[in-house]
Ligand binder design. Sequence first.
Ligand code: CEZ
Length: 774
Amino acid sequence: MSKANNFTENGRRYLFRNPRQPDPAYAYHFNRSQLVKIDHRGAVDAQFVQPHVTRYSLPLRCFYVRDNRTGRFWSAPFDPVQARPRAFEFAPGISDTRWRNTTDGIEASVRLFLPQDDLAEIWTVTLRNVSSQPRDISLYSYLPVGEICWMNHGGRFDAKLNGLVFQYFPYYAKVEDYYRLRGLMNCVCCLSDVRPTAYEISLKEFLGVGGETRPDALRLPRLANGDGRTQACVAAFQYVRKLAPGASTMVNLLFGPARDEAAIRRLKGRYLKAGGVEKALATVDRYFKRHEAALQVETPDADFNAFVNHWLCKQALYNGGSMRTTFYPGARNLFQDAMGLVYLDPRLARHWFTKAYRVQHPDGFMPMSIKLDLEKCSSGSLQTGVGEIPHADVNVWGPLTIAFYLTQTGDLSLLDEPVLFNDGERSATIYEHVCLGLAWLLKNRTKRGLSLIGQGDWNDPLNMAGYKGKGESVWLTQALAYVLDLWAGVAEQRQDAARSRTYRKQAESCRQAVNRLAWGKAWYTRGFTDAGRPFGVARDKEGTMFINSQSWAMLCGAASKEQTEALIRSMNKHLMTPSGPMLLAPAFTKMVEDIGRLCVKNPGHHENGSVYCHAAAFYSYALYLAGKPEQGYEMLRTLLPGWKGNTLERSGQLPLYIPNYYHGVGAGRTAGKSSHNVGTGTVAWFYRIMTECLFGLRSGFDGLHVDPQLPAAWNRASIRLPFRGAVYDVEIRKSRAVHTTEVHLDGRKLEDNRIPPPVGKGRHRVTVVVPASK
Ligand code: CEZ
């Protein structure tokens, strides 16, 4: 990935020019229940949820271009023919992704976007004759559907729809399953806004023996207009065009799942009428721009600015706005993804917080699995899995994220919002729900004061250390101390002094238990098994050290200055890589039956010793709060590839998103590679760490506390952010003339560097001068 690649359109688009780059340079687009990841060559991972994850095609999108006179052909974006282009550009944008490939005197411009409110891919392909000769050209779409279900599958051309309709019925045996499955989106359609010259539906007939690189059908003058009964299908249209030099031709295609023909007709009417496509794209672009405007930064790091101002916002909307395109978010994820919306869309964040407590049990237990808006999708199969496992930590995330929402928005009315318990009978206010959850966590401890880990805490597949009901989580005990202190502040706001005192006292007892039982001279133990065996300790050959019980020892205030220095040394010695700190090391290479499922995960992947960005973000936050801003910044900036050791080459991804993890050392030759999974809680924490620590604008009940920790390399930076409904333009600069930080609000010097809660929704100017030595 040479440096020729760069951001353009004020950071909202990235230009990449190497079609032969082996690692998939992914772009991604989404709406409420569809996610499409596509790379620079046309390899795609397209899915939607109904509510279970459903795929509707084979993993490639391409358009063949044939010179009808010479028979020569090539493909755009690039795969599968991979002809050497005269010019190639892959341009992922916030709202759409574009490719331009000029080969054999024809320039093919291809654009993809997903409309906001419908499950569909909208493709626009424009061919331009850039040669000096008139050209007789065929353009072919190649959108392979494949064979979605062996029991019933086929396709046909529908002249009225001017498109291909593929119908299938999922396999089932039980009668009752028929009634459940018939409501699913069992169609796929490919509609064209111009009449194709010919078409082919049979994948076998289209590819023949030539396969995708040399499809037999491209040797025919015209596609056969063949049907595709009970065989793998393809949406292949042929458009024959005569193009004079400089002339061009354009086609819009809509490809995607549908419930039935009525729905397909609606899609046609909505998007393929004149102007329908551009109108839909403008709607998507407005959605992103509206949210991007909420928080903007200007710093000496251009890639950082482009990421924060546009791509971080997009990823936060994927995680929080579309709930990672799932109807089954884990409660732990929902709370944090909603926290990622507090700057961008606080109303939606509030909505999710109330939705989450709807599954709490009257005894305070909080299950992981939440079922959202099921009425919005057909009564398909009920998905089970990790969401059905009773995790011990879920009650940590409500107080943590809601406390931030309250100080940032000032909307204390949320605390009085009544929400039903999961039995649908009794209800309580959000404040009481949270307190009940804390009481459940306080009760869920062993006599010696550590939290029971049960079948897993934040680390989902750490599921066998405590499933017999005795195993303890040091991390959860630290997280409990952290949120008890946080919620004590909320209780004070509600003049609930008794609870506030109790929470602070209990937080201290958690810290003492952690230091009494889990400090191993150079780092903190991760937990104790049902048999009382400590794990994440020096004598463990694998899983010797875990990151979370280090960072949260700093976050909850258990770690003293000396312990902090010691564990940071151990972090650098045992867990640090050029991509950031690993979740644990060395990775497990064999099953350990009192640790659990994480051991069977590939070494260096997921929780088994990857650089798990969510956990690396916790560590960045802890370093800042422990007064290590430079190291905190390094950890934060390394989350995004294209920085120091975490190069674009090493990660194999573009600087457009933070993946949920980078391969750890245990992965061997792929160490450092990105997982390309854009679903991660890291995004929400990135916003908080950047705003509260780097820019030093930390919201409290009494206002916005100003204490920037700019990286040593920066002399100035600015940020525009919302606070309590008002907007603040904050200019920060370093100066040798001051010895302490000085803050001016609308020209008036603030004595205690605290911006008081605003009156009204105005716009305010804040100048901050920090000592150059800082
Ligand atoms: O999922 C994440 C969860 O979404 O794993 C994190 C956890 O905190 C997040 O809530 C750490 O365990 O194997 C599993 O069950 C995990 O649940 C994974 O699916 C994991 C994925 O790696 C997604 O990142």
